[in-house]
Design a protein. Sequence first.
Length: 551
Amino acid sequence: MVVEKKQLGQLLLESGQINEAQLTDALTFGRENGVLLGKSVVALGLLTERDLLKVLGNHLGLPSLDITKYNIQDEALMLVSEDFARQHTVIPLFVIEDSLTVATADPLNIEVVDELSRETEKEIMLVLSIEADIERSIDLYYRSTTSLAQTMAAGDDVRVVSREIHEDTEVVQVVDMLLFEAVNMGASDIHIEPRKNDARIRYRVDGVLQQYYSIPSDSVAPMISRLKILADMDIAESRRPQDGRFHFAQKNVEVDLRCSTFPTPNGEKVVMRILDEAKGKIDLNKLGFDATILKDWKETIKTANGILLVTGPTGSGKTTTLYATLNTLNSVAVNIMTVEDPIEYMLENINQSQVNVKAGLTFTTALRTMMRQDPDVILVGEMRDVDTIELAIRAALTGHLVFSTLHTNDASSTFTRLLDMGIDSYLVSSTVRAILAQRLIRILCPRCKKVVEQSDKLLETLKIGTWPDYTGIFEPVGCIHCRNSGYIGRTGVFELLVPNHEIKDLIINGASAGEIEVAAEANGMYSLNKAAKEYVLRGQTSIEEIMRVTL
């Protein structure tokens, strides 16, 4: 809080919230860490932010408000710019005639109040609110009311005609804003989709696409040209698809983006995949593994040779699981080599290569070359064709541990998929050591989720006989904290199949996926569907979510 330390300190002492020794500790902490007294007492756990606001409210005669439960007026938002709101951590709530009520966590910052009064030509009325709640409200409300059409008000005057992009400041700012916001909200992809009269911009957040902006059609070409320049694409070519990659760094955000264009009758559609390097360094323990499955997977990856497959649809987290697994195995004593298409995250002390078909480097040729590089562990990004699979099997048979991915719905159907591709059943049964099938499910927002009344219909939907004692079924609602989605974050749901002699015999005899699944469950495998249901029965996700992901 921007207040004079002595003044706030006196208030806290007079209210009996802290003593002299605690005030001294807080002041010392503030000097050492470059923060003001208000944040110091909260950081040291001497007071909660709510208690701090209560002291200030009592002293100044100001009310407190939980703005997460308040519906903010659009008219009020139009009076204060998003930049000003973010810079000073304030948000306008409502306007009545000549007065504007604003929520703040810093009521003693008179300069901000004076500036607001000058800019809005309104009398400013203050209410107190928690800083984090104000920041979330800014994210939610300004995003929902902001139009890129306003941001790109220059319209026809904004254009990109050459690599002298610095002359077109408006386009640069808009693109930076889109990228920065997408990364901040944890989006994995950005979609820019031209339509007849405009273009929509969607972010994929927690695996689900959500529309955030629409922009006028005249503004689409400059934006796409800017992105193509960043990704080193040909800006004059719009009739064929192009791929590129670029690095984005702004403030505390630093990510790589993989960019792809696709021609449509209304113009070029652009999709950008956000590659956050931090995700490549995530620990296996933080992926959502059940304790038993995690223990079995960690034991399995220590095997000396064989093939370990991670399966699931696109966007199910296979690459993240494989990178976390490689990081577990990474040591001075192990030579780990990868061939990927493309490399998503750079891993330290691991030899990574990327497929380059034009240069003649395919999965197959890379695998052949790797065999002469004395590898201990090999990662093949995807089992795409028979030649790649056969080479991976040969590597496994000659003493190497091979990791790869395959697009199958569950673990048991992976065996039948390999057999359908023409791989000999004996080779499959003798080399595949384990198959890890996975999905990502969204977790319900703990602040707004709502209890669903138990009923026979729910029992039938979940296909369970009776309600466990710990059951609490919830459904999503939506609030400021979860950006009105009802969910915050995702976790992994896993199914690990380690074939025993019975399953290997079934594979050799050409058994169906269903027969293999029955044998695996009898051997202790916990299916994806059962694992997902557990999240519902513990109140962590909704029935709709597991039906969306696992059915």
